[in-house]
Design a protein around this ligand. Structure first.
Ligand code: FE2
Ligand code: FE2
Length: 464
């Protein structure tokens, strides 16, 4: 079976590992059949498959049935004489084995990250049924397959480096289910239903981008196999965020075009998404993603940093790497400042980098409106809005950071977050379009296609 799993981890020569993965493989396929994309088992999809980590090998395009996708195990190439880049072990050689002292924490970090991969496949398993074009249908399947591969990558770490409890954790990853009240996924945003393509694009924009920052922080890890695994995952993650960001951009562009053509208020009646409704979805998914970073003041974050398990985003760019005798200043909605010792504030430091990145996407969306001389603008809500985790949890803040009386907040909630009525109207415009050359009314065509193919005319998915 090792020749079935593309890999650069020398699977051929490690009989024990091969046996462990061979035991897990059928359960993985069972999981895919049960909660993977529904209704497209017979379809051939124009997908990229990683077959090596070289520039030519990591993105091979061709038609495949998704259940035949070759989920591979790839680590970025080893960096010679790599040293620990931060924390108490700064400057020491990186670890090729799990140190006994940090075993529990490392396992927890890996399992928490790994759990998000299958969760996202489960969350959008029904969306193929309402895809706006073959291009978009192909993209959602690409993301599904790559999240499956990310699960493989993390399960490899559990099997290879954590022995029996690693294997048990790997089994649990296939047992938990997104949104299941009895055995849910670990993180909240990964239990939230992704019911339509607005959810999905926002999810890819904001939750996958959280993934980018978490993976980048783990790419700094002193545990070298984790660093190498996550570095390779990041090459794939870039496309996931592109799908989300460009998806929202295309919706904004389409709505703006229709607003210019027809001077009417009820855009749903015209088959497009009003900007106000798009904004509510942004508000919801952005704040769910902020929660994924965890509490601003966190003893776990301090432990992870001190031990060299999890660094900052692009740690090399920081002027020093110990983060001792420094404080982080957390601004509260009432204007006061809470001072947090820097190591304890690493979640907030990572989140700040994330927020800045989200604003870059926002500027691109608003440029679509500016170009068309539409006055409305999209925005990202204040970090205290709609939070369930950390210093702002449960505060009745409006999206501009103003504290309201609780009853006013509850009364106005439907102005800022999607209501059941909004969702029903969104669902009503989302009818599938599966013919080459055509696209749904509510979204603009992509600027270009995939793998050198045209955006709309190419038959990205062949049905059988
Ligand atoms: Fe992923
Ligand atoms: Fe992703």
């Amino acid at each position: 079976m090792s020749n079935e799993i593309p890999n650069n981890v020398n699977l051929e020569s490690d009989q024990q590992l091969r046996r462990a993965l061979a035991g897990w493989h059928p359960h993985y396929l069972e999981w895919w059949r049960e909660v993977g994309p529904e209704g497209f088992d017979a379809s051939r999809v124009y997908l990229r498959t990683a077959i090596s980590v070289s520039a030519e090998g990591w993105a091979n395009y061709g038609y495949v049935r998704m259940q035949d996708y070759r989920w591979g195990i790839f680590l970025a190439p080893e960096v010679m004489d790599r040293r620990i880049g931060f924390g108490d072990h700064y400057g020491e050689p990186v670890w090729q084995q799990v140190p006994g002292d940090h075993r529990k924490e490392l396992r927890r970090i890996i399992v928490t990250q790994a759990d998000t991969e299958p969760a996202s496949v489960e969350q959008n398993r029904l969306l193929g049924k309402t895809a706006p074009s073959l291009y978009d249908l192909r993209n959602i399947f690409q993301l599904n397959c790559e999240e499956g591969r990310h699960l493989w990558a993390m399960v490899y770490l559990l099997h290879r480096y954590f022995g029996r409890d690693g294997r048990e954790e790997a089994d649990e990853l296939l047992y938990r289910r997104s949104g299941n009240p009895d055995h849910p996924r670990i993180l909240n945003a990964f239990n939230a239903p992704v019911r339509d393509w607005l959810d999905y694009f926002c999810f890819s924009m904001f939750s996958d981008r959280d993934g980018k920052y978490q993976l980048a922080a783990l790419a700094e890890s002193a545990f070298d196999p984790l660093s190498r695994t996550t570095r390779f995952m990041l090459t794939e993650e870039a496309f996931h965020m592109f799908v989300g960001e460009s998806g929202i951009q295309r919706i904004a562009a389409r709505t703006a075009d229709v607003m210019l053509q027809k001077d009417r208020d009820d855009l749903f009646e015209l088959g497009v998404i009003p900007l106000g409704v798009l904004q509510k979805y942004i508000n919801y998914w952005y704040t769910e993603a902020l929660d994924l970073f965890g509490g601003e003041d966190s003893s776990n974050a301090a432990t992870y940093f001190a031990a060299g398990l999890k660094g900052r985003f692009q740690e090399d760019d920081y002027p020093e790497h110990l983060a001792l005798d420094q404080t982080y200043e957390l601004r509260k909605p009432d204007g006061s400042i809470e001072k947090i010792p820097m190591r304890r504030a690493m979640n907030a430091v990572l989140r700040d980098a994330y927020v800045e990145d989200c604003h870059r996407g926002l500027r691109r969306w608003n440029r679509e409106l500016e170009h068309r001389k539409i006055d409305a603008r999209l925005y990202l809500p204040a970090v205290c809005f709609n939070r369930k985790v950390g210093a702002f949890a449960g505060l009745p803040c409006d999206p501009w950071g103003k504290i309201l009386r609780r009853e006013e907040f509850e009364r106005r909630r439907s102005e800022w977050l999607p209501t059941e009525e909004d969702r029903a109207r969104v669902a009503a415009v989302m009818k599938p379009v599966y013919e080459p050359g055509r696209i749904a009314n509510w979204i603009a065509p992509p600027a270009k296609g995939i793998g050198g193919k045209p955006g709309l005319e190419f038959e990205y998915v062949q049905f059988n």
